[in-house]
Design a binder for this molecule. Structure first.
Ligand SMILES: *Cc1c(COP(=O)(O)O)cnc(C)c1O
Length: 362
């Protein structure tokens, strides 16, 4: 029997969330972001669940090819662009759109011209300071790209550093500052695509013709101060594993490596078949909730590579073989993430290869 751990992927939830983001996008083109193996949910599975999206946006050209070969007929966009000259013919062959974010890429496009049709998006750096040209350069870049035989400009993209409503507006790189910078572009560009999930959900001032939704499609709120229910989205991943041992431990005993947790009373400790080698963070502190037999059981003791321990003293129903939800419908992934000092995104995409993804229709 395989080890009793699984990440269950809820197809109904993925479809529901897509519908929800469709509504939030108010008729704009909806790119479903499926980078990082669809935030850990499985690339081709996500492509299937998101068949109503207008396009898929991802990072890796190999993944883009996979999705094409699988039968995805609509648009595909590379969010970081191409990395090498040898990528360029593949973009045309598989009809994959790319962003262009630096001069080097323009030079490569020039050297390899002409094209039948090579679709590019101009990436603007409006304050994130990661990728892209400055707004005032846009006009020039556009002319330069237009002059390359066969290059088709599909639009202009930028990305927000802080589109969550909880972001402190006194700090740098607010949405309004980034919008002001975008307004420095000479002509208002056609086919503007700016919004991620957070901006699509909360930033009514962010306009444009298209949005790129990622995390919300997987049912996690982009802002940890809002729950999935607040946004009417459904968690699409449940990480669960079974109890493989129960220890009755007297008061004053330490549990696991480093003896971080010491029992204050006679305790029942359940050992669960999930560890940091499965993607459950080693940094998880004691007290982080898990869900077993309809009740909350706190993490008790450091997370091991293949196991973790929870306190089930108050949950006599928890027995050998009981299923434990580490995150999912009852334990928001953002809750676990917050306790570990990270975000739900990181936990979802860090699900390890050895954890089987099991598909569920709901
Ligand atoms: C990942 C990513 C997105 C999606 O962001 P979410 O916060 O997951 O909605 C959108 N645009 C770009 C450029 C990205 O890299």
């Amino acid at each position: 029997m395989p080890r009793p751990i699984a990440a269950t992927i809820h197809m109904g939830a993925l479809r529901h969330n897509l519908q929800r983001m469709r509504e939030a996008a108010h008729g704009r083109t909806l790119w479903a972001v499926v980078k990082a193996n669809a935030y850990g949910h499985g690339l081709l599975r996500a492509a299937r669940a998101f068949e109503e999206a207008d396009g898929l946006a991802l990072i890796d050209l190999c993944d883009a090819q996979k999705v094409r070969e699988y039968g995805w007929k609509k648009r595909i966009l590379l969010l970081e662009g191409f990395f090498d000259e040898t990528d360029i013919p593949l973009l045309e062959k598989f009809d994959i759109e790319t962003i262009v974010h630096n001069r080097h890429m323009i030079e490569l496009l020039k050297t390899n011209a002409p094209y039948k049709s090579l679709k590019v998006h101009i990436k603007i750096n409006s304050g994130m300071n990661r990728l892209g040209f400055l707004p005032k350069e846009e006009e020039h870049i556009r002319k330069e790209l237009c002059a390359i035989d066969g290059v088709e400009i599909m639009g202009v993209v930028t990305h927000f550093a802080n589109a969550e409503p909880s972001y402190d507006q006194g700090k740098p790189a607010t949405v309004s500052l980034q919008l002001q910078r975008m307004a420095q572009m000479g002509d208002k560009p056609s086919q503007l695509c700016m919004a991620n999930s957070a901006a699509t959900l909360w930033q009514k001032d962010v306009q444009g013709e298209a949005v790129r939704a990622g995390v919300a499609l997987y049912g996690a709120s982009p802002d940890a101060n809002y729950t999935s229910e607040d946004l009417d989205i459904q968690p699409a991943m449940t990480l669960s594993a079974n109890v493989l041992a129960i220890q009755n431990v007297p008061a004053g005993e330490a549990i696991g490596y480093g003896s971080r947790f010491v029992t204050k009373r006679d305790s029942r400790i359940a050992v669960v078949a999930c560890g940091y080698a499965d993607g459950y963070p080693r940094s998880t502190p004691d007290g982080t909730p898990t869900y077993v037999e309809g009740k909350i059981a706190p993490i008790a003791g450091a997370i091991s590579m293949d196991m973790l321990t929870i306190d089930v003293t108050d949950i006599p129903e928890a027995q050998l073989g009981s299923e434990v939800e580490l995150w999912g419908a009852h334990i928001p992934v953002n809750e676990v993430a917050k306790r570990c000092g990270t975000i739900g995104y990181e936990l979802m995409c860090a699900i390890a290869l050895r954890v089987p993804l099991v598909e569920d229709e709901q």
